[in-house]
Write a protein that binds this ligand. Structure first.
Ligand code: NAD
Length: 254
């Protein structure tokens, strides 16, 4: 079944931010392939314009198979959103090699494998847009060494792929969210691993992002509105990255 609608594949698209991105791109007119480890939608009933495909981004054979099958089934791949990501919280001195490797495998190797698989199809077609999901943790984040390292590496990969493919019709950008109001965030707050009051004090906007605000940035970057943007990382973080972290209240008045 080839389609006249543009096709967008979202990794980790069955839950959280990926699910929100898929819904937004479906509303934008894409046929969305929500490609995830889990076998179906975990948030709601299936939504029109979104199909699910099982994908493990860490498995090169699986990636080759799924991207090949999507190309064969729909006849096109216009957009890839590299969203699948995992975390392991641990001090560096206590971190297990398996924990390090698991995060690198999903957050960096998986991003590379999917970017390469999609990029090959897009280069052959002479057009395509890729958005990789990084994080404000890319600046360094105590207790999250593998997460911070992979999210920083994604920024380097984005810049490099953006430069390599700029003249061949394929744009590659990244979105780096701050804290986002997802199930994972709420579980962290409820489970005591995230202190919401401390986090809110550190965010100039005074609130965490809604998943739709991350999806808005992805929607913009894959649109023609961003036709001259490539290799960039867009921070959607309520001002987190541009602030030194000292509250304005401590600045003396004249
Ligand atoms: P989430 O855990 O809610 O969803 C991640 C999805 O990825 C899940 O559906 C999971 O099944 C899937 N996934 C995990 N491993 C996979 C694999 N090997 N192959 C395919 N799919 C796999 O996470 P989220 O909070 O929605 O985060 C999505 C992205 O946004 C991640 O890259 C994360 O690092 C990034 N991010 C999240 C926040 C936040 O506050 N939630 C902040 C900054 C960046």
């Amino acid at each position: 079944m080839s389609t006249s609608a543009p096709v967008a594949l979202v990794t980790g698209g069955a839950a959280g931010i990926g699910w929100e991105i898929g819904q937004r791109l479906a509303a934008d007119g894409y046929l969305v392939v929500a490609a995830d480890l889990v076998p179906g939608f975990t948030m709601t009933a299936p939504v029109e314009g979104i199909v699910h495909r099982r994908l493990n981004v860490t498995d090169p054979d699986d990636v080759a198979h799924v991207f090949g099958a999507v190309g064969a089934e729909f006849g096109r791949l216009d957009v890839l959103v590299n969203n699948a990501g995992i975390q392991r919280h641990r001090a560096i001195e206590d971190l297990g090699w398996d924990e390090w490797r698991a995060v690198v495998d999903v957050n960096l190797n998986g991003v590379f494998l999917c970017l390469q698989a999609a990029g090959r199809q897009m280069l052959a077609a002479g057009a395509g847009r890729i958005v990789n999901i990084s994080s404000i943790s890319s600046r360094g984040s105590a207790g999250r060494a593998p997460y911070a390292s992979t999210k920083a590496a994604v920024i380097g990969l984005t810049a490099t792929a953006g430069a390599e493919w700029a003249a061949r019709g394929v744009r590659v950008n990244a979105v780096a969210p701050g804290y986002v109001n997802t199930g994972v965030f709420r579980q962290g707050v409820e489970g005591g691993t995230l202190d919401e009051a401390t986090i809110l004090k550190r965010i100039p906007a005074g609130r965490v992002a809604e998943p739709s605000e991350i999806a808005n940035a992805v929607s913009f970057l894959v649109s023609d509105q961003a036709s001259y943007m490539t290799g960039q990382t867009m921070y959607v973080d309520g001002g987190f990255m541009v602030d030194y972290g000292i509250p304005l209240a401590s600045v003396p008045k004249p």
